[in-house]
Design a protein around this ligand. Structure first.
Ligand code: NDP
Ligand code: 2IT
Length: 449
């Protein structure tokens, strides 16, 4: 990859690569942020003097632990659990837990690193962290899920707390898993500490609109980018990838705002429904019955299921990658542009490869990077923490209205920061710079931490 790194920052990046061998996703996430920071050091030489970048790239604490559990055949299983507590300058570590067989330290570190700047962009008092395990929830029974979550929390509980570290969901972790995790935490500490986890059930400390927040928020961000261009979502043809929490509520909000979504997907294939995705069916299949997305086509004969298909080859106006990292390559980005795509808003974390990002930026389409566009999920988690702290429960309308205002202000902060630093319309620079400055100023104020 060619170097777009400032010469003062290049050695820091090399140090990160040398110190964290083989962690390619972490290197990728760090590089993208560091490529934005040259002009920041010119404006704030004190950040360089106090080695803020070097410090931000080193997690405050990394925890790796054994998670033993017994499957339904009474066979012992062992997974590896992680929690990376990356930065607490702005508040307790905050970020999700991912359960997926691909999870390793490098993936958790990339997610934790992104989370620092994302959380800073929300302007709420939350630091950055991430965790998870190399456990595959697919095909597991209810009992296996519960035993795994209980074993995971039996080790994790000693490192978290409402003022220390507040985990939530991510891939493979939704309301059911947060319930099992919270139940075990409560037994271990003998305390009803609501604010220790977010994404809880609405009847026991959870916030209304948290389930919808990431997908809705990414769509609000998209809408704001289009407004700047005197455009709207009305009548737009959209591609959404994934069929999980983020994808489902992105589709719901896109439909509410007058767009038509024709796809969703999972790691096995793509559903293409040119009449528009039947979201009630997707919710039933995924949220209730926990089935594969392939089954959609057995209910709607006109819809196509493309096994191992490439979703980004379908012509569209707008694309929202909502599945996983590096799901959209440089080639895919070029195909989207060639087919007339004018906007991309990332519901997933780092779904576009560096080559793809470059193509979107050069084409000057409206491109909202994940750490800004998908910040609505964690922002609403922070609203859940606020409700827990004052033992209150807000209405859906009030909470969703707050989410919409937060997304608007994140959009404006990124937009204005990009202008200020001489790259108008570049939300990648805007997000990285604005998020970084907020964390850096707090770190500077707190002395050598
Ligand atoms: P879910 O587990 O609910 O859904 C994940 C979806 O993505 C599934 O359809 C899954 O398909 C698909 N997917 C996962 N891994 C792969 C892969 N390797 N290749 C292809 N498809 C894959 O997770 P979420 O919807 O919560 O998360 C989706 C993305 O959004 C992630 O990047 C996450 O980090 C990010 N995110 C989530 C937030 C949240 O609040 N939940 C907040 C901000 C970002 P399959 O069933 O086949 O695995
Ligand atoms: O990537 C993310 O921002 C999340 N998975 C949500 C984190 C949270 O604490 O709500």
């Amino acid at each position: 990859m060619g170097s777009n790194l400032d010469e003062k920052i290049e050695p820091t990046f090399q140090q990160v690569v040398n110190r964290n061998p083989g962690e390619s996703e972490f290197h990728q996430a760090v590089r993208e942020v560091l490529e934005s920071l040259g002009p920041v050091l010119v404006k704030y030489p004190e950040f360089a003097h106090h080695k803020i970048i070097e410090r931000i790239c080193e997690p405050e604490r990394q925890i790796i632990f054994r998670v033993p559990w017994m499957d339904t055949n009474k066979e012992v299983q062992i997974n590896r659990g992680f929690r990376v507590q990356f930065n607490s300058a702005l508040g307790p570590y905050k970020g999700g837990l991912r359960l997926h067989p691909s999870v390793n330290l490098g993936i958790i570190k990339f997610l934790g690193f992104e989370q620092i700047f994302k959380n800073a962009l929300t302007s709420m008092p939350i630091g950055g962290g991430k965790g998870g395990a190399d456990f595959d929830p697919k095909g597991k029974t209810e009992g296996e899920m519960m035993r795994f979550c209980q074993s995971f929390m039996t080790e994790l509980y000693r490192y978290i707390g409402e003022y220390t570290d507040v985990p939530a969901g991510d891939i493979g972790v939704g309301g059911r898993e947060i319930g099992y995790l919270f139940g075990q935490y409560k037994r271990l500490v003998n305390r009803y500490e609501s604010g220790v986890l977010t994404g809880k059930g609405v009847g026991w400390g959870g916030s209304l609109a948290r389930t919808e927040a990431t997908g809705y928020g990414a769509t609000f961000f998209l809408n704001e980018m289009l407004k700047v261009r005197n455009d709207s979502l009305d009548g737009k043809l959209c591609l959404v990838s994934g069929a999980g929490n983020v994808a489902i509520y992105a589709i719901e909000k896109l439909h509410q705002l007058g767009a038509k979504v024709v796809t969703c997907s999972d790691s096995n294939g793509v559903i293409y429904d040119e009449k528009g995705i039947d979201l009630a069916l997707v919710k039933q299949l995924k949220e209730v019955e926990r089935r594969r997305i392939k089954d959609y086509a057995s209910y709607h004969k006109h819809a196509k299921y493309i096994a191992d298909g490439n979703i980004w080859e379908i012509p569209c106006d707008v694309a929202m990658p909502c599945a996983t990292q590096n799901e959209l390559s440089g080639k895919d980005a070029a195909t989207l542009i060639k087919n007339g795509c004018i906007a991309v808003s990332e519901g997933a974390n780092m779904p576009t490869t560096p080559e793809g990002v470059k193509i979107f930026l050069e084409a000057k389409i409206a491109y909202g990077p994940g750490k800004a566009a998908n910040a609505g999920g964690v922002a609403t988690s922070a609203l859940e923490m606020q409700q827990n702290a004052c033992r209150d429960a807000w209405t859906f309308e009030y909470t969703a209205q707050k989410l919409s205002e937060i997304m608007k202000s994140i959009h404006n902060l990124c937009y204005e920061t990009a202008e200020e630093f001489g790259t108008p319309g570049n939300y990648v620079y805007g997000a990285n710079i604005a998020g970084f400055i907020r964390v850096a100023k707090a770190m500077l104020a707190m002395g050598l931490i």
